[in-house]
Write a protein that binds this ligand. Structure first.
Ligand SMILES: Nc1ncnc2c1ncn2[C@@H]1O[C@H](COP(=O)(O)OP(=O)(O)OP(=O)(O)O)[C@@H](O)[C@H]1O
Length: 308
């Protein structure tokens, strides 16, 4: 995979000294959907603004499509579309004109056929002559996406695209994002919603306190999530795991009254039935059973807690 965005040791200290980014390294691959997860104040918006050249970093470097965001600002900005968190539209303008105007801002020649195509793609075709003020909140969000796409960028940043949006609309948005990816657009979205990352991302990055704590393929994370633990309480403490059970890689609690077995939920066999038979054969009497599944949320909360 080739990187379309390469972020190296990026730092941002705001006037007053607060360091919002503390040496971020991140490679964003061409054509992927990367979800950046992080709590409030983690540095997500600062990171996006810096890549878009809106915020000037205090250290490190960023390239977009091989161009440097500072020394070759114009070339990098042309490659990027940014969908902001807030709805900032001109209420009396029509949908078509708003979107076409955004294209003009990038110095691109007028191209009505292209604008019509993105409006259709975003299910706004029949609203193109409507004034912005006549649109629902969900349609306004789609206009923001259309405006961000008006100059044919190769990368699209979506800053919390579904914050405060109802479940139905959130699903619509996910479909739109999937459609854009199919068109070859690289997408980076920030979100507080773990299920959003689960639903659409190829990779998930976790950011907190201005640092990237993890960047991983979602499918790998899901495989970790696929792990479950079975906790078995036994009537009499064991000093060590009986040799007959060594194949199960059980963990023994300090008091010897609990054994924990970790298994894959994605595998064909969990091994639980044979384990329970072997346990009885080894003379252990089971008094209780409990299962625990690790979720992306557990991984996320654990990571964020560890660092704070
Ligand atoms: N202009 C600024 N001056 C000083 N500090 C700032 C400025 N902008 C942001 N910060 C601080 O930098 C930190 C990171 O902010 P940022 O907006 O990047 O976080 P975020 O992850 O996008 O949060 P949210 O999810 O709430 O939007 C916060 O502590 C914020 O208070």
């Amino acid at each position: 995979m080739t990187s379309i965005i390469s972020i190296k040791n990026l730092r941002k200290a705001y006037p007053g000294g607060f360091e919002a980014l503390k040496g971020v390294n991140l490679e964003i691959e061409q054509g992927e959907i990367l979800a950046l997860l992080g709590p409030n104040g983690a540095g997500k918006t600062t990171l996006i603004s810096t890549v878009c050249g809106i915020t000037v970093p205090t250290g490190g470097s960023i390239t977009v499509g091989g161009f440097d965001t500072i020394t070759q600002y114009r070339a990098t900005r042309d490659l990027i579309g940014l969908v902001p968190q807030e709805i900032n539209l001109e209420p009396f303008e029509t949908v078509f004109n708003s979107v076409s105007f955004s294209r003009g801002l990038f110095g691109k020649p007028r191209n009505d056929a292209y604008i019509n195509r993105i409006l259709d793609q975003l299910s706004l075709g029949d609203k193109k002559n409507s004034k912005i003020m006549a649109l629902s909140g969900g349609m306004k969000r789609r206009v923001l996406i259309a405006k961000a796409l008006a100059h044919e960028p190769r990368v699209l940043f979506l800053d919390e695209p579904t914050a405060g949006v109802d479940v139905e609309l959130r699903k619509d948005m996910w479909e739109i994002v999937a459609g854009l990816k199919a068109d070859g657009v690289t997408i980076i979205l920030t979100t507080h919603y773990i299920e959003e990352a689960e639903a659409i991302a190829d990779r998930v990055g976790v950011i907190n306190g201005g640092e990237i704590l993890l960047v991983q393929d979602k499918s790998e994370l899901m495989a970790q999530m696929g792990q479950k633990q079975l906790q078995i309480a036994i009537s009499d403490p064991v000093a060590e795991i009986p040799a007959a059970l060594s194949a199960y890689a059980l963990e023994r609690s300090d008091d010897g009254l609990r054994l924990t077995y970790t298994y894959e939920t994605t595998g064909e066999r969990t091994g639980i039935t044979t384990l329970l038979n072997d346990l009885a054969a080894a003379g252990l009497v089971m008094t209780d059973l409990q299962t625990k599944q690790s979720s992306l949320e557990d991984i996320f909360v654990g990571l964020v807690k560890e660092k704070s």
